[in-house]
Design a protein around this ligand. Structure first.
Ligand SMILES: Nc1ncnc2c1ncn2[C@@H]1O[C@H](COP(=O)(O)OP(=O)(O)OP(=O)(O)O)[C@@H](O)[C@H]1O
Length: 627
């Protein structure tokens, strides 16, 4: 059983067992979600969480054991998740739903919308609140649909003061009717109070309940008119428009023309709504709101990838880009890029179902599934997304059952034109321990490598990021940092953060060359040594009478494995490379292997004086080689 069904049935059950007041107070406001395979009950604050734990946890656990025995235990948290409707079917013991009462209540609501004096009508709403609350909201909408399109209701509507569609010219009547139906439904939603949070989204209410398997984006107000027919068209246009991003496009210094930032009315309410929306979106999608195309700096290293990414955000699921496989070494912006796709897709299609997850999360969920034998729930939870991102897919390598499950997931997505996006630290064909059928499928769509940022792009990134926190970076300072930190954007950010920290400490708002040089002294010293991982390998190979290919190879005999570990430890000490970058340099080894090597050598240098001496010699030999 999937969470949505479980919660819908649980609501129905609790509704029948609790008093109206208990239900409305404690249960109705609950939202639910899934985190790492666990089912989570979210309440708005700690008080509500405590109340649920003390008063209702036992009851909920009993319901779970009865109707979803294989589901994970329920967890309780402060937060916002998904709000589901009560199940349609009346289970035994639940309150019978009287159709007449429903219709009466529905008409009462509709009538209430027609009156010019809403407060009066609220008393009418109250009067009918109980029967209306007693049946699922979806049924209310279905009834509303009937009423709204029914001719007699149209007559009723046209009689009212506020919805006089009959007075309008025929050309406008249809849209006016549509609008009035839509706004009537909105008002009913508002009157009902206990709403799905998606009601804030500006889409027709009937669309909210659409359960299509593939993406069928509604024409929302914010969605640009589609003039392209295929993803290739979109890409072609983007490629025509390729150009390095300009400094003048700094996101913090200029107001954006992006529609999502337009904010004309009641800023406080809009901001609160946006915040709640962002929180909810994060719970549901796991996306970081700051990873957008606006904040992604483009340069030679990622131009093509960014162009493809934007095409996918506009038209996901196109076979040309499905899957979208982005690879490259650490810190080059893979996660940022793929999340930007999802954030943009959601902006254009607010009710789309999107999920980002690191492969760690996928693995953990899978292990929980194996432990609890909750296969159905595991399968179901992924299949309904329009767009799914799995970051660092290389981590499922060598895990046979996980790869097998992932194969079915992939097939499901691909065959239904649901977009799947994968990131990896290497080309699919280099994934030695990945199932062959997966490796071949990874290359079915578009595979793109992210390259390290070139100097101009590094300068651009630094200036934009400094501007975002309101600090000015002088030209020579940004050039200095960019020339000394070349590996990847994460390290560039790290260096900038150090400079910013010093800047704040000195209570300044401008970073000049002196300040940057002081803050990054150690990095610069290391760089000036000119020691590279290749020189270290050469020094180690010469010292132990080996070939560099031995250090890069797979043999694990002591006479090769130990020098390899020495070379890795020396690389960490003599360069400013990160663990994954060192792993990359050693024929794509994992960063955990590098970490293990460093720990082993650090311990041996203490325990084994001879090895300690060798290490010291190698330190100076490597530096000598650098001259
Ligand atoms: N082109 C870019 N423009 C702006 N910021 C960037 C860019 N590329 C990377 N970054 C920033 O650098 C940091 C690291 O990026 P990210 O996590 O996306 O890298 P990654 O390739 O996924 O790394 P890993 O493989 O280690 O997970 C993030 O803070 C990200 O916002």
């Amino acid at each position: 059983m999937i969470l949505a069904d479980f919660w819908a049935q649980t609501l129905r059950r609790l509704h029948s067992e609790l008093s109206e007041q208990q239900f409305n107070l404690a249960i109705a406001p609950i939202t639910v979600g899934e985190e790492g395979g666990a089912w989570v009950i979210y309440a708005k604050n700690q008080f509500a969480v405590n109340l649920l734990r003390s008063q209702y946890a036992a009851k909920l656990a009993a319901i779970r054991a009865e109707i979803a025995p294989n589901a994970p235990e329920l967890a309780y948290k402060v937060g916002v998740g998904m709000r589901y409707e009560m199940a349609d079917e009346a289970v035994s013991g639940s309150l019978p739903v009287d159709k007449l009462a429903k219709e009466e209540a529905t008409h009462a609501f509709l009538d209430s919308l027609k009156l010019e004096n809403p407060p009066k009508k609220q008393s009418s709403i109250k009067k009918h609140a109980a029967p209306v609350d007693n049946f699922p909201q979806r049924q209310v909408f279905e009834l509303l649909d009937d009423v709204a399109v029914d001719k007699s209701s149209k007559r009723k509507t046209s009689d009212s003061g506020s919805l006089k569609t009959a007075d309008k010219p025929p050309s406008k009547r249809k849209s006016a009717e549509k609008t009035s139906t839509k706004s009537s439904k909105r008002s009913v939603l508002g009157a009902l109070g206990n709403l799905p949070l998606v009601s804030d989204i500006d889409v027709p209410i009937e669309d909210m309940f659409e359960l299509t398997e593939t993406v069928a984006p509604p024409e929302t107000k914010s969605a640009p008119k589609r003039k392209h027919t295929t993803a290739q068209d979109i890409l072609a246009e983007r490629m025509n428009n390729l150009r390095p991003s300009k400094k003048s496009e700094k996101p913090s210094s200029e107001p954006s023309s992006s529609p999502k930032k337009t904010n004309t009315k009641t800023p406080a309410i809009e901001a609160a709504k946006a915040k709640e929306g962002a929180e909810q979106r994060h719970v549901l999608t796991n996306l970081s709101p700051e990873y957008t195309f606006d904040t992604l700096v483009e340069g030679k290293g990622n131009h093509l990838a960014a162009a493809v990414a934007k095409s996918i955000a506009e038209k996901p699921g196109d076979s040309m880009y499905n899957p979208f496989f982005v690879y490259g070494s650490t810190g080059l912006g893979k996660t940022h890029l793929v999340q930007a796709i999802a954030n943009e897709f959601l902006r254009l299609n607010p009710k789309a179902r999107v999920r980002y997850m690191h492969s760690d999360e996928y693995l953990k969920t899978f292990m929980t599934t194996v432990r609890n034998k909750t296969w159905d729930s595991f399968k179901q939870q992924y299949l309904h997304y329009n767009l799914l991102i799995i970051d660092d897919i290389q981590f499922i390598q060598g895990k046979d059952r996980t790869m097998e499950e992932f194969f079915f997931l992939f097939e499901h997505f691909h065959s239904r034109n649901q977009q799947i996006i994968l990131t990896c630290d290497q080309l699919p064909s280099s994934l030695e321990n990945m199932e062959k059928r997966l490796v071949s499928r990874f290359s079915w769509g578009m595979t793109i490598k992210l390259e390290p940022p070139e100097l101009e792009m590094r300068v651009d990134i630094l200036e934009r990021k400094a501007a975002m926190v309101g600090v000015t970076l002088s030209e020579d300072a940004s050039m200095f940092i960019a020339q000394n930190v070349k590996q990847n954007v994460r390290e560039l950010e790290g260096a900038l953060n150090r400079v910013l920290a010093r800047c704040r400490f000195e209570k300044r708002n401008t970073i000049d060359l002196d300040l940057a040089t002081e803050a990054l002294q150690d990095i610069v010293t290391n760089n000036h040594k000119g020691v590279t991982v290749e020189l270290i390998m050469k020094a180690v190979a010469d010292f132990y009478h080996l070939r560099i290919s031995d250090l890069l190879g797979k043999k694990r005999t002591r006479n090769i494995a130990r020098p390899r570990q020495m070379a890795m430890a020396l690389s960490k000490e003599l360069t400013n490379m990160s663990l994954p970058a060192i792993g990359d340099a050693f024929a794509g080894r994992d960063h955990t292997t590098v970490l293990h090597a460093i720990k082993t050598i650090t311990k041996l240098r203490v325990d084994d004086p001879e090895l300690g001496l060798e290490y010291e010699k190698l330190l100076s030999l490597a530096q000598d080689k650098a001259g």
